[in-house]
Design a protein around this ligand. Structure first.
Ligand SMILES: Cc1ncc(COP(=O)(O)O)c(C=O)c1O
Length: 406
């Protein structure tokens, strides 16, 4: 007779620790469950552009699949896609790079992951200007690094002074995300040059310039590599097709950086996903090599929606919002609601309470600012249909107006 197996106990590694799905995913899933239960919920939680993949991309990808182009690509990425990325950097962004300096990964997120895993030892520090995209801090923690949050004041802008005071001998990276998620901040060339001036004094600090929202910018966009070409030997540019071409599900992002770093990142990638899906790489190549007019048209559509939500949200008494220069988020200040009482008698104590109240009473999903390292705010993604945005803002206004002094 077989011995009874001892009951299994699950134990997480110290590295995976208390890692959970992000708050953005948690709130969006709650909204989805409420909708599935028949409730009329509007979810402005995730940053997913609502445009289709360009039709010529679909056609070219299908044709390549029919021709049997589906083989194991090189771990670093298809040479023709890496060339298209270099051509694009030259034509649209204004710097030159060669294919050895490029890695293609499964989304920009994997580029970040590869770079942090390839470079951070325990305790190494990464400077994150707050508010920041929440995944930076999670990935840095997961690979054993230390995320160093830098307060960027009411202007949500990293200044040379703030940067200088955050740098220590353990600093390995500064993450500079422009246009920024969730701040919408677009750093001008002069601002980038001023930051570069500080960085020249600290050779140990590398720059991870996450420029994934490059083509969704209502102000002149400048790449860090254009503003500080002399620092390109310690700059990693991160970009991809997810946001600009609305190709989130294809999962293609890339990094452009010094060959030694790229080689280390390729080695990491080779032990995880291996190359990104070849089907998706073909699609990304078609997107970069095809007509580019859609980028401007889509950006214009986002600008209209930005104007719509900014004026609707600023009409609410207890909430105020800066006009973002890019990406598709607003990040309003909701601190004036603190201490107010909801109709059910509960008191709003922080941004989580406010967002929870808005979801439960107004049926609108928004994400608390503390998720992005800056409480007192919330993030609303406006990459949604205009009618839904109008209705969502109306509901937020009505629910906020229903808050009363205790
Ligand atoms: C600032 C920023 N960087 C990177 C990413 C990840 O992009 P991808 O979908 O290509 O992994 C996102 C996605 O929301 C983002 O907002």
């Amino acid at each position: 007779m077989m011995a009874r197996a001892a009951s299994a106990t699950f134990r997480r590694s110290a590295r995976a620790g208390s890692l959970e799905l992000s708050e953005i995913v948690r709130i969006s899933e709650k909204a989805r469950a409420m909708r599935a239960a028949g409730e009329d919920v509007l979810s402005f939680g995730t940053g997913e552009p609502d445009f289709p993949t360009p039709p010529h991309v679909i056609e070219q990808t299908c044709a390549a699949m029919r021709q049997g182009a589906i083989r194991y690509p090189p771990t670093q990425g298809l040479p023709e896609l890496r060339q298209a990325i270099c051509d694009d950097a030259g034509a649209q962004t204004g710097f030159s790079a060669n294919t050895a300096e490029v890695i293609v990964s499964t989304g920009a997120k994997q580029v970040l992951f590869n770079a942090f895993l390839a470079t951070l030892d325990p305790g190494d520090e990464v400077i994150l200007p707050a508010p920041y995209w929440t995944n930076y801090a999670d990935i840095v923690g997961l690979v054993g690094g230390k995320a160093v949050r830098v307060d960027c004041g009411a202007e949500l802008t990293l200044t040379p002074g703030r940067l200088r005071s955050a740098i220590t001998p353990k600093t390995r990276w500064l993450v500079l995300n422009s246009p920024g998620n969730p701040s919408g901040k677009v750093y001008s060339r002069a601002e980038l040059e001023a930051l570069a001036e500080v960085l020249r004094e600290f050779a140990q600090v590398w720059v991870m310039a996450d420029e994934i929202y490059q083509h969704i910018s209502y102000e002149p966009f400048c790449s860090f590599r254009v503003a500080a070409p002399d620092l390109s030997d310690r700059t990693l540019i991160v970009n991809g097709v997810s946001k600009s071409y609305a190709m989130i599900g294809w999962r293609i992002g890339w990094g452009i950086g010094p060959v030694e770093l790229i080689r280390a990142m390729v080695a990491v990638q080779g032990q995880s996903t291996s190359p990104a899906s070849v089907v998706s790489q073909i699609a990304a190549c078609a997107a970069l090599s095809g007509p580019q007019e859609l980028l401007g048209e889509r950006c214009e559509s986002f600008r209209r929606r930005r104007d719509l939500v900014v004026s609707a949200i600023n009409a609410i008494e207890a909430v105020s919002c800066r006009v973002p220069g890019g990406a598709f988020y607003i990040f309003p200040d909701c601190r004036a609601t603190y201490g107010l009482s909801a109709p059910d008698g509960t008191t709003i104590a922080d941004d989580s309470d406010y967002c929870g109240y808005i979801l439960d009473s107004a049926r609108v999903a928004i994400v608390p600012g503390r998720t992005f390292g800056l409480g007192g705010h919330f993030r609303l993604s406006y990459a949604y249909a205009e009618d839904d945005l109008v209705e969502g803002c109306r509901r937020i206004e009505a629910a906020t107006a229903a808050l009363a002094p205790c």
